[in-house]
Design a protein around this ligand. Sequence first.
Ligand code: SAM
Length: 187
Amino acid sequence: MTALRVRLPPRVLLFRLRAIALARRTADRSRRSPLSIWRLSRLLAFARGRDRIVELGTAAGWTAYSLALANSRARVTTYDREPRAGRDRYRRLVPARALERVELVLRRGEEGPEQPTSCDLLLIDADHWHPAVREMFDAWYGSVVPGGLVIFDDVAPEFPDVAQTIADLGLSGKRLGRLFVHQKPAA
Ligand SMILES: C[S@@+](CC[C@H](N)C(=O)[O-])C[C@H]1O[C@@H](n2cnc3c(N)ncnc32)[C@H](O)[C@@H]1O
Protein backbone atom coordinates (compact mmCIF):
# COMPACT_ATOMS: atom_id res chain seq x y z
CA MET A 1 0.00 0.00 0.00
CA THR A 2 1.61 3.22 -1.25
CA ALA A 3 -0.14 5.26 1.42
CA LEU A 4 1.85 3.56 4.16
CA ARG A 5 5.26 3.59 2.52
CA VAL A 6 7.63 5.87 4.41
CA ARG A 7 11.24 6.37 3.48
CA LEU A 8 13.45 8.65 5.53
CA PRO A 9 17.21 9.00 5.21
CA PRO A 10 18.84 7.45 8.31
CA ARG A 11 20.12 10.88 9.49
CA VAL A 12 16.60 12.29 9.36
CA LEU A 13 15.09 9.28 11.07
CA LEU A 14 17.68 9.44 13.83
CA PHE A 15 17.04 13.16 14.36
CA ARG A 16 13.29 12.59 14.46
CA LEU A 17 13.54 9.77 16.98
CA ARG A 18 15.87 11.77 19.19
CA ALA A 19 13.61 14.82 18.94
CA ILE A 20 10.54 12.78 19.89
CA ALA A 21 12.40 11.27 22.85
CA LEU A 22 13.55 14.72 23.98
CA ALA A 23 10.04 16.16 23.61
CA ARG A 24 8.66 13.32 25.72
CA ARG A 25 11.33 13.73 28.39
CA THR A 26 10.73 17.46 28.66
CA ALA A 27 6.92 17.20 28.31
CA ASP A 28 7.21 19.50 25.28
CA ARG A 29 4.18 19.38 22.98
CA SER A 30 6.37 20.12 19.95
CA ARG A 31 5.92 16.62 18.65
CA ARG A 32 2.33 17.53 17.75
CA SER A 33 3.09 20.36 15.32
CA PRO A 34 5.59 19.08 12.73
CA LEU A 35 4.71 17.32 9.53
CA SER A 36 3.87 13.68 10.16
CA ILE A 37 6.55 11.18 9.21
CA TRP A 38 4.53 10.20 6.15
CA ARG A 39 4.26 13.80 4.96
CA LEU A 40 7.90 14.44 5.78
CA SER A 41 8.88 11.48 3.67
CA ARG A 42 6.84 12.88 0.74
CA LEU A 43 8.25 16.36 1.26
CA LEU A 44 11.83 15.09 1.23
CA ALA A 45 11.14 13.25 -2.02
CA PHE A 46 9.90 16.49 -3.61
CA ALA A 47 12.81 18.42 -2.14
CA ARG A 48 15.40 16.16 -3.74
CA GLY A 49 17.75 18.28 -5.87
CA ARG A 50 16.09 21.50 -4.69
CA ASP A 51 18.71 23.39 -2.77
CA ARG A 52 17.04 26.69 -1.88
CA ILE A 53 14.16 26.01 0.42
CA VAL A 54 11.86 28.38 2.27
CA GLU A 55 9.52 27.18 4.99
CA LEU A 56 6.78 29.40 6.40
CA GLY A 57 6.01 28.13 9.90
CA THR A 58 9.05 26.86 11.79
CA ALA A 59 7.44 25.62 15.01
CA ALA A 60 10.22 23.68 16.76
CA GLY A 61 12.27 23.41 13.57
CA TRP A 62 11.91 19.67 13.08
CA THR A 63 11.03 19.88 9.39
CA ALA A 64 13.59 22.59 8.63
CA TYR A 65 16.36 20.52 10.22
CA SER A 66 15.17 17.39 8.43
CA LEU A 67 15.35 19.15 5.06
CA ALA A 68 18.93 20.22 5.78
CA LEU A 69 19.90 16.77 7.04
CA ALA A 70 18.45 15.08 3.97
CA ASN A 71 20.35 17.14 1.41
CA SER A 72 23.87 18.32 2.17
CA ARG A 73 23.56 21.15 -0.36
CA ALA A 74 20.20 22.47 0.82
CA ARG A 75 19.96 25.88 2.45
CA VAL A 76 16.78 26.22 4.43
CA THR A 77 15.33 29.54 5.52
CA THR A 78 12.45 29.11 7.89
CA TYR A 79 10.12 31.84 9.11
CA ASP A 80 7.96 31.99 12.19
CA ARG A 81 6.08 34.90 13.68
CA GLU A 82 7.03 33.99 17.23
CA PRO A 83 9.89 32.56 19.23
CA ARG A 84 9.20 29.17 20.68
CA ALA A 85 10.54 28.03 23.99
CA GLY A 86 12.51 24.89 23.40
CA ARG A 87 13.44 25.58 19.76
CA ASP A 88 17.07 25.67 20.86
CA ARG A 89 16.78 22.26 22.45
CA TYR A 90 16.29 20.56 19.08
CA ARG A 91 19.06 22.58 17.45
CA ARG A 92 21.46 20.72 19.71
CA LEU A 93 20.48 17.44 18.07
CA VAL A 94 21.63 18.67 14.66
CA PRO A 95 25.27 18.37 13.52
CA ALA A 96 26.95 21.74 12.85
CA ARG A 97 27.39 20.97 9.14
CA ALA A 98 23.61 20.85 8.73
CA LEU A 99 22.81 23.52 11.28
CA GLU A 100 24.90 26.11 9.48
CA ARG A 101 22.62 25.76 6.44
CA VAL A 102 19.43 26.50 8.38
CA GLU A 103 18.44 30.09 9.02
CA LEU A 104 15.63 30.81 11.47
CA VAL A 105 13.92 34.14 10.89
CA LEU A 106 11.38 35.74 13.19
CA ARG A 107 8.99 37.26 10.71
CA ARG A 108 5.42 36.80 9.57
CA GLY A 109 5.11 34.83 6.37
CA GLU A 110 2.75 37.43 4.90
CA GLU A 111 5.56 39.99 4.97
CA GLY A 112 7.46 38.09 2.29
CA PRO A 113 11.24 38.03 1.99
CA GLU A 114 13.33 40.77 3.62
CA GLN A 115 15.13 41.25 0.32
CA PRO A 116 14.70 39.82 -3.18
CA THR A 117 15.45 36.11 -3.14
CA SER A 118 14.85 32.91 -5.09
CA CYS A 119 13.81 29.50 -3.92
CA ASP A 120 13.26 26.11 -5.49
CA LEU A 121 10.75 24.97 -2.93
CA LEU A 122 8.33 26.94 -0.78
CA LEU A 123 6.56 25.13 2.05
CA ILE A 124 3.53 26.98 3.44
CA ASP A 125 2.75 25.60 6.88
CA ALA A 126 2.04 28.58 9.14
CA ASP A 127 -1.30 30.29 9.69
CA HIS A 128 -3.92 28.10 8.00
CA TRP A 129 -6.67 30.70 7.81
CA HIS A 130 -7.96 33.29 5.38
CA PRO A 131 -6.58 35.78 4.46
CA ALA A 132 -3.15 34.74 5.79
CA VAL A 133 -2.70 31.72 3.51
CA ARG A 134 -3.43 33.82 0.43
CA GLU A 135 -1.22 36.67 1.66
CA MET A 136 1.70 34.31 2.24
CA PHE A 137 1.32 32.81 -1.20
CA ASP A 138 1.11 36.25 -2.82
CA ALA A 139 4.11 37.53 -0.86
CA TRP A 140 6.31 34.58 -1.83
CA TYR A 141 5.23 33.25 -5.20
CA GLY A 142 7.42 35.74 -7.05
CA SER A 143 10.47 34.26 -5.29
CA VAL A 144 9.78 30.72 -6.49
CA VAL A 145 11.80 29.96 -9.60
CA PRO A 146 10.04 28.69 -12.73
CA GLY A 147 9.71 24.94 -12.28
CA GLY A 148 9.96 25.37 -8.51
CA LEU A 149 7.45 23.86 -6.11
CA VAL A 150 4.97 25.35 -3.70
CA ILE A 151 3.75 22.86 -1.13
CA PHE A 152 0.84 23.61 1.15
CA ASP A 153 0.45 21.57 4.31
CA ASP A 154 -2.77 20.89 6.18
CA VAL A 155 -5.16 20.71 3.29
CA ALA A 156 -7.76 19.17 5.55
CA PRO A 157 -11.37 19.62 6.64
CA GLU A 158 -10.34 21.31 9.90
CA PHE A 159 -8.53 24.00 7.89
CA PRO A 160 -10.96 24.67 5.02
CA ASP A 161 -9.29 27.96 4.10
CA VAL A 162 -6.19 26.20 2.81
CA ALA A 163 -8.11 24.23 0.17
CA GLN A 164 -10.29 27.27 -0.53
CA THR A 165 -7.23 29.43 -1.16
CA ILE A 166 -5.79 26.86 -3.55
CA ALA A 167 -9.14 26.75 -5.38
CA ASP A 168 -9.42 30.56 -5.47
CA LEU A 169 -5.94 30.76 -6.94
CA GLY A 170 -6.84 28.13 -9.53
CA LEU A 171 -3.55 26.36 -8.89
CA SER A 172 -2.74 23.22 -10.80
CA GLY A 173 -1.13 20.49 -8.79
CA LYS A 174 -1.65 17.29 -6.94
CA ARG A 175 -3.02 16.41 -3.58
CA LEU A 176 -1.20 13.86 -1.46
CA GLY A 177 -3.00 13.36 1.82
CA ARG A 178 -2.80 16.71 3.60
CA LEU A 179 -0.23 18.07 1.17
CA PHE A 180 -0.92 19.97 -2.04
CA VAL A 181 1.97 20.30 -4.47
CA HIS A 182 1.99 22.95 -7.19
CA GLN A 183 4.78 23.32 -9.72
CA LYS A 184 5.31 26.87 -10.95
CA PRO A 185 5.15 26.80 -14.74
CA ALA A 186 8.44 27.23 -16.55
CA ALA A 187 8.79 30.80 -17.81
C1 SAM B 1 2.01 23.78 12.07
S1 SAM B 1 3.30 24.72 12.81
C2 SAM B 1 4.62 24.53 11.67
C3 SAM B 1 5.23 23.15 11.71
C4 SAM B 1 6.57 23.08 10.97
N1 SAM B 1 6.42 23.43 9.58
C5 SAM B 1 7.11 21.66 11.06
O1 SAM B 1 6.77 20.84 10.20
O2 SAM B 1 7.84 21.40 12.03
C6 SAM B 1 2.80 26.36 12.50
C7 SAM B 1 3.79 27.43 12.92
O3 SAM B 1 3.47 28.59 12.18
C8 SAM B 1 3.69 29.72 12.98
N2 SAM B 1 2.87 30.80 12.40
C9 SAM B 1 1.55 31.00 12.53
N3 SAM B 1 1.18 32.08 11.82
C10 SAM B 1 2.28 32.54 11.21
C11 SAM B 1 2.53 33.62 10.32
N4 SAM B 1 1.57 34.43 9.93
N5 SAM B 1 3.80 33.80 9.87
C12 SAM B 1 4.81 32.97 10.27
N6 SAM B 1 4.62 31.95 11.14
C13 SAM B 1 3.37 31.73 11.58
C14 SAM B 1 3.28 29.29 14.36
O4 SAM B 1 3.93 30.10 15.32
C15 SAM B 1 3.73 27.84 14.38
O5 SAM B 1 5.01 27.73 14.95
